[in-house]
Design a binder for this molecule. Structure first.
Ligand SMILES: Nc1ncnc2c1ncn2[C@@H]1O[C@H](COP(=O)(O)OP(=O)(O)O)[C@@H](O)[C@H]1O
Ligand SMILES: O=P(O)(O)O[C@H]1O[C@H](CO)[C@@H](O[C@H]2O[C@H](CO)[C@@H](O)[C@H](O)[C@H]2O)[C@H](O)[C@H]1O
Length: 479
């Protein structure tokens, strides 16, 4: 977020200053806080919007907060390797304000305010308060502006009032509220200026008539630069979409079926078809480009740089780096020989957990934000569809590693997924083994870094894959 975007005003600073120590203690404890392990050196208001005045029994404050932290050390460089420093992040917060906090909201407490305009009030995480989250849904029903916030919606879809809200408690990078099992509202936590692909792509897909992705019903953004209204200048904050009641995600389903000894290949094939349908709709809705010699080399170089950065951060990866590099060299060589590939907008972080199977057996894809650690501009670039295919192939490998490692289970699912994809796309992803191997290797390297940072217990899963990929030649390993 540019420094110029800070326009909080005197009132906002007076409001925020007494909250500073409370928020500094509370933020690092939140699941979605990306800067864990580094001290918070300063908090600055980017915007403060009073959605409900605190004169009512409970007030509702919307905050965009810049969090300053020390520079990341080089071994913790960004996943792309080219952004070694991320000095600030901007977070979206919804704060409830009450004189007395009822006992059921005690776990949501952030702290008591003893100075400034909120003296004598208790501030808490508003997402736990159905009164306030209900109000948020009411606000989404009415298009228009509220301070820097801009609310928009599809007027063709009814949003009933009075739906009962509940906060999802599953592990996630953002925060989601379910309203009466009818809608789900995802509130982005770490926000960046520019069109959020998790709003952009589902809107485009809906316009294209693609039913594989829940269509946004309502959404809201912040216009942080005076006079801004173009989506590129806004910051996406939240998306309301239909809730797929009774749906099970692909990860849970795959593990359940594996445990029961049931074949997952039928589902894997259906997932391949669903992925190809979404890719076709994205290609129809948004520009596609041909990656020529120079671009293929750039893609391969970026993969090699990410490998170098990851190997620096995770010593266990180092022995495999030379073998892995051959995957990227093979890609660059083919590019050099004049082999061209088409690139288009893709999901960007596709895995079994991003696929929801409705009780009627239909698969939907969700969460189009892309890999959270990558810069927004990079996440919005056209890429070969092999990127998403590789993500799913890796995911079958993860599921096959759960409990007893079963390479046969992974191979069957991977093959079924590619066949399903080919049925719709007319081209089997295995036809481009060099492209696929490079993307799978790149994904496995990303996973090594992801697991080392977030779930060290899981690190052996991508490390085992990295070992296999490093040993493989450039030939097809997908069968
Ligand atoms: N349209 C939907 N219908 C039902 N459940 C959903 C829907 N969208 C998301 N979910 C549930 O919410 C969880 C979090 O959603 P996701 O978009 O992956 O958030 P995050 O980016 O925070 O990880 C998913 O794992 C899924 O279980
Ligand atoms: O779902 P997110 O957008 O938060 O994605 C991140 O977390 C995922 C784990 O929850 C991670 O996925 C990796 O683990 C999955 C099993 O838990 C596996 O199915 C995926 O294939 C594997 O990549 C994802 O990489 C990360 O970006």
């Amino acid at each position: 977020m540019s420094e110029a975007a800070i326009r909080p005003g005197v009132h906002a600073s007076a409001l925020l200053a007494p909250l500073d120590p409370l928020l500094r203690a509370w933020l690092p404890r939140q699941r979605w806080f990306a800067g864990k392990g580094r001290p918070v050196t300063a908090l600055e208001a980017v915007s403060v919007t009073e959605l409900l005045p605190r004169s009512s029994p409970s007030g509702l404050l919307h905050l965009l907060l810049r969090v300053r932290q020390p520079m990341v050390p080089p071994q913790d460089a960004g996943l792309d390797g080219s952004h070694p420093e991320r000095p600030t992040d901007c977070y979206q917060l919804l704060l409830g304000v009450r004189r007395t906090l009822p006992p059921h909201l005690a776990p949501a407490m952030i702290g008591h305010v003893t100075e400034g305009p909120l003296t004598g009030h208790t501030v808490y995480d508003a997402l736990h308060d159905p009164r306030l989250t209900g109000l948020l849904l009411e606000r989404l029903r009415i298009p228009g502006r509220h301070g820097v916030l801009r609310f928009e919606r599809d007027m063709g879809v009814e949003i009933p009032s009075g739906l009962t809200p509940r906060l999802l408690t599953s592990e996630q990078s953002n925060s989601s509220l379910v309203y009466g099992d009818t809608f789900i509202l995802k509130l982005f936590r770490r926000v960046v200026p520019g069109l959020n692909p998790d709003l952009e792509l589902p809107l485009r897909l809906a316009a294209e008539g693609c039913a594989r992705v829940p269509a946004p019903t309502a959404w809201f953004l912040a216009d942080l630069d005076a006079g801004a209204s173009a989506p590129e200048e806004s910051c996406g904050l939240g998306v309301l979409q239909p809730y797929l009641a009774g749906a099970e995600d692909g990860w849970e389903l795959a593990l359940r079926m594996r445990d029961k000894g049931e074949s997952f290949t039928g589902e894997a094939r259906a997932l391949g078809r669903a992925t190809a349908e979404v890719h076709a709709a994205l290609a129809a809705a948004l520009p596609t480009v041909t990656l020529g010699r120079a671009q293929v080399e750039t893609v391969a170089d970026a993969m090699a740089e990410r490998l170098t950065a990851a190997a620096q951060a995770v010593p266990a990866l180092r022995p495999y780096a030379p073998g892995l590099l051959t995957a990227f060299e093979a890609l660059a060589d083919l590019g050099g020989e004049g082999q061209a590939w088409t690139a288009q907008r893709v999901h960007g972080d596709l895995h079994l957990g991003q696929c929801l199977r409705s009780p009627d057996g239909e698969w939907s894809l969700i969460d189009f934000e892309g890999e959270p650690a990558r810069p927004l501009a990079e996440r919005r670039l056209p890429q070969p569809t092999a990127r998403d295919v590789a993500g799913m192939l890796r995911s079958f490998d993860y599921a096959a590693s759960h409990g007893t490692w079963s390479p046969e289970w992974a191979d069957e699912c991977r093959a079924a997924y590619c066949s399903g994809y080919a049925e719709v796309a007319g081209r089997d992803p295995r036809t481009d083994p060099v492209l696929l191997r490079a993307h799978e290797t790149d994904k496995a390297v990303y996973e090594v870094l992801y697991e080392a940072r977030h779930r060290p217990d899981w690190l052996p899963v991508p490390l085992a894959a990295v070992r296999r990929l490093a040993e493989d030649g450039p030939a097809d390993d997908t069968h």
